[in-house]
Write a protein that binds this ligand. Structure first.
Ligand code: CIR
Length: 266
């Protein structure tokens, strides 16, 4: 996967994706005390986690992203998962209010950076949402109904986004933390999906690539331009993506998988 990643990097170095900003936050000292919902706690090696996160960040940079590194939050064990405190649309950013109380202190510093680029709108109590529950494809927001995201947040999103021409579709989940644990967009009209966790009927009208059944956690990839950044642990699903014509850049975030995280969240 290293070879593949290097090759992908040099081939894409002339691609213009410089208008893409990737926000990351270092792995905190406290990650061993992270929230876990569907995953059993196993020891996380801090140095390995940091080195995997560094390679992931370098990969995004190699694909043309401008990297913004937020200050570390060592008192917030899940703060490396910078996707959850917000999500961004062309017109505005939505600042989330996590369903996990331990994660609410992560939002302010994310909002501070996003405010440089977008007007920010905060989800208010009793609404709860994590950015990991939101997939945006065109003018449709697919929003999970999960332990982190509730109906009040769906209602606030509709109030905010209907006038901008967005449609909010609520997606029931089974057995996974966030919507994006089980499905992610792989182009403007295609999704990668684990049908056991996210009903494929959600994405009616879109092309669907199904995760390999032996790799339930493989439905999470990050789009950068035309490239999909994927975890090399999910070889069979990555092969399916390549066979379907997608360009895949592999990284490995195995230590963060133990914290129930994956590529988009990081
Ligand atoms: C949590 O439970 O909040 C973290 N341990 C994992 C968050 C992963 N984020 C994501 O899927 N968007």
């Amino acid at each position: 996967s290293w070879v593949h990643r290097q090759r992908t990097r040099s081939r894409l170095s002339t691609m213009s994706t410089a208008d893409t900003i990737a926000i990351v936050r270092p792995v905190p000292d406290s990650i061993g005390s992270c929230e876990l919902t569907h995953v059993e706690r196993t020891p996380i090696d801090l140095e390995t986690a940091r080195s995997q996160h560094r390679i992931y960040t370098e990969t995004l940079e190699g694909l043309g992203c401008e990297i913004v590194v937020l200050p570390p939050l060592h008192d917030h064990p899940d703060s490396v998962f910078v996707e959850d405190p917000a999500f961004v649309l062309d017109e505005l950013a939505v600042i989330a209010r996590s369903g996990a109380e331990s994660r609410r202190g992560e939002a302010d510093s994310v909002a501070e950076v996003l405010a440089l680029h977008r007007p920010c709108h905060a989800i208010r109590s009793p609404g709860c949402i994590d950015g990991g529950d939101v997939i945006v494809i065109g003018r449709t927001l697919y929003v999970g109904h999960s332990t982190r995201t509730n109906a009040e947040a769906h209602r606030q999103l509709r109030d905010l986004l209907d006038p901008l021409g967005y449609r909010v579709r609520v997606v029931p989940l089974r057995d996974c933390l966030h919507l994006k644990t089980g499905a992610t967009a792989i182009s403007d009209d295609a999704v990668l999906c684990n049908p056991g966790w996210v009903p494929p009927s959600t994405f009616e009208g879109l092309r669907i690539v199904e995760c390999h059944p032996d790799e339930p956690f493989s439905g999470n990839v990050v789009r950068v331009g035309r490239t999909l950044v994927a975890d090399s642990a999910w070889r069979r699903t990555n092969d399916r993506l390549a066979e379907a014509g997608f360009e895949v850049a592999e990284v490995h975030l195995g230590e963060l998988t133990k914290a129930e995280g994956s590529v988009t969240c990081s």
